[in-house]
Design a protein around this ligand. Structure first.
Ligand SMILES: N[C@@H](CCC(=O)N[C@@H](CS)C(=O)NCC(=O)O)C(=O)O
Length: 229
């Protein structure tokens, strides 16, 4: 086993974020996937019970923001968090916005849409016995409407949610008319966090084409390295 192991679901935007961080830093790593009912074991890996979890030379870390900061301390050569104070402030705010706002759009478009849900099940049940798929589907269908209801987005129709999301995408497109990346001319944790959320919408949702119809966003996503995993 490699000295760096990422415990993940391939379709998790936060796991996508950490794959991107590791690849940006040029670090070799292995992944352990928690597909199907193996998800029950994922919950035991850390106190929060969420993924990603990263094992780094025997040290176990959880939470993507914490992991990204840890990687920057250990491997400072290619910083995820820029040194320029303005760029640093923007990239940290974008990281937080991606995880606390954009994530719920991704969840809505994936978990409340029957076609996207089937695509997500293909990903999260790959390699597992077929019967596990119906159990996982039941859990997802129970858990996420409640979660989205509590967060607030669940109260809106899909048309309204897509409209709000596309306004955000348009705003990103406007920001990118003046710079190569969201906080300036270099890729930062802000770009990685935002693109990881958009990737997972593009992967399973029928809104993909409309997101990619924004030319600056499309070109920026390619500069960020496309979908990995
Ligand atoms: N703040 C955490 C969020 C991680 C997160 O919500 N992961 C989701 C997968 S996308 C998860 O583990 N969900 C399972 C659960 O909530 O039980 C991070 O940045 O790592």
């Amino acid at each position: 086993m490699s000295e760096i192991v990422l415990h993940q679901w391939v379709m998790s935007p936060f796991c996508n974020k950490i794959r991107r961080c590791l690849e940006f830093k040029g670090l070799g790593y292995q992944v352990v996937n928690y597909n199907g009912l193996r998800a029950l074991q994922a919950a035991k890996l850390s106190p929060a019970g969420k993924l990603p979890v990263l094992d780094h030379h025997g040290e176990r870390l959880q939470d993507s923001a914490h992991i990204a900061r840890f990687l920057d301390q250990k491997y400072p050569d290619k910083p995820l968090y820029p040194t320029d104070p303005g760029a640093l402030a923007q990239s940290r705010l974008l990281e937080d916005w991606a995880g606390t706002s954009l994530y719920f759009y991704e969840l809505y478009l994936r978990m409340l849409d029957p076609v996207a849900m089937e695509k997500a099940l293909d990903l999260v049940c790959a390699g597992r016995p077929h019967w596990e798929r119906s159990v996982v589907k039941l859990v997802l269908k129970r858990r996420y409407p409640k979660k989205l209801g509590n967060q607030g987005l669940g109260a809106y129709s899909k048309v309204e949610v897509v409209k709000m999301l596309l306004q955000h995408v348009q705003d990103l497109d406007t920001m990118l008319q003046y710079r190569l990346f969201l906080s300036g001319d270099a890729l930062t944790i802000g770009d990685i966090s935002v693109v990881a959320q958009l990737d997972e919408m593009i992967r399973t949702s029928d809104v993909a084409e409309r997101i990619l119809s924004w030319p600056q966003v499309k070109a920026w996503r390619e500069r960020c390295g496309g979908l990995n995993g």
